[in-house]
Design a protein around this ligand. Sequence first.
Ligand code: F6R
Length: 607
Amino acid sequence: MCGIVGYIGKRNAVDVMLQGLSKLEYRGYDSSGIAIVAGGDVLVNKAEGKLVNLQNKIDGMGLESRIGIGHTRWATHGRPSDYNAHPHTSQNGKFAVVHNGIVENYLRLKETYLADEVFTSETDTEVVAHLLEKFYNGSFEETVIKVLDVLEGAYALVMICADEPDKIIACRKDSPMVLGVGDGESFIASDVPALLAYTRECMYIEQGELCVLTQDGITIKNHNLEVIEKEVHTIEWDAEAAEKDGYEHFMLKEIFEQPTVFKKTIAGRIHNNQVQFDFDLSEAQVNSWNKIYIVACGTAYHAGLVGKTIIEKLARIPVEVEIASEFRYREPMMDEHTLVIVISQSGETADTVAALREARNNGCKVLAITNVVGSAIARESDYVVYIWAGPEISVASTKAYTTMLIAEYLLGVYLAQQKGMDNAELRADILNSLQALPEVAEKMLSEEYLARIQSAADSYKDANDIFFIGRGLDWAIALEGSLKLKEISYIHAEAYAAGELKHGTLALVTDETPVIAICVQESTYDKIASNIKEVKAREANVLAIINDGDEETHKFVDETIAIPRIHNFVAPVLAVIPLQLISYYTAKVRGCEIDQPRNLAKSVTVE
Ligand code: F6R
């Protein structure tokens, strides 16, 4: 949600901000803006729509400054527009603020402190700029602390002041922010890709800390303005990893990266048919858990549904999978005998972070499956399994989903092994199959394969509704396939446990409702075959995702797409790939904005 970039140093801040914001557009893209200090004044430029509109607007203006803050917005309070775009300024124009998050008490703050002031936007953020002016006592730092004392909600705030043009001040609560350490320059951003062109040295900011960025370096202070020492981390991602690399869209690039990132997820974790992580769980510890909750949102939640089957089958611990935004509002039963697994690509999803905290407050241990080192979820969990998928820029998650599944297989095997379960042979089979996955997936993504999928996608161009059906693990994959299609092609799609169709939804199936049936799980093959016949009897056109060598299914469906044969339990990792590609090509043929679908953002840091 919203991307922030701030810069102070020897370069032109305008260039650094535009470059950085272009790497953060996936976080929000309904408007953007920058503020610099020039000639003793704060100058602000903003534009509705994509960042290119801002670029066009300021092109030729000759804007130049050594200090600036910029923002790309995903609207929460106030519709997308020039006037609601950030940065927002104080009434006297001396303070400018960019913000990611929500100031929950902004209406009360307006009434209490700013009743006579004129506001130029509908945003919660403008209140912060006005409060800075109101509380200013000649010390920018002290004033920010005073403002923070009255704010409620979530925020990453980055601020400048015309009267103190040698510093940027930033702070965060429940919204992500990373600092970039340079030589004679300092950076701040919502996410690492904005920094990579300039520095790999970064620092993470904890809740409530105040960061003062100057040309000479970054100082972190606590609430009493005492200096805190911080470790500098080196980012391993290179800048190219966050570029399109010749692909038309990030989504396609990320689908194609899967074989490579599968290797990274597995690397160093399998030794002699045993799984190792960076942490050790004793037999007693694992046996102390009589229940596991998996809590996540969206695609990560779908990964959790596969995780339930994996862990229950391998480690025989009951697992409940919960949508994070629902979890904490229903008083879940958990205590020190419950392990809570949170899954999140970004590691910053507000609802998942909140669920994690709720779990810890109830005495649970929390294990995170995440992609982002240093994210809130990674920092606040007891144990972390990184998926090592590298930067995922496309809003529609692909490689993060499949690597979450791989992490879950590894975790399932690990829990079973630490418990001393009597299923060493099954575990070894699964580990061997995981190790084979990169090569198998690589071979699968041939030109010919893509052409078949593209032609299937062409036939969905004018569809209004598409059904995805499956059973067991195939149903979990169907759910992910349908979400992917909805979010990027804007075609309504529903995923159904195929046996459930006849209890109501079958009424919707006609010759105008294409059905995509996942027929990969052998244990339920006969069942899904019958369910397919039910929809065929209603004249639906059926595309089936099958295992290579399946000679049966093509006899009663319209089209098949095969996945390579692999241990059936691990097959979901491959079975979802054609579904990702169907969504991609359907969205493409419909002319949709694939990497930045309407109304969505990559990192959802508001509840
Ligand atoms: C869909 C998608 C979202 C995310 C969800 C959770 O393609 O990407 O549904 O999965 O917003 O995000 P993370 O995994 O960052 O917690």
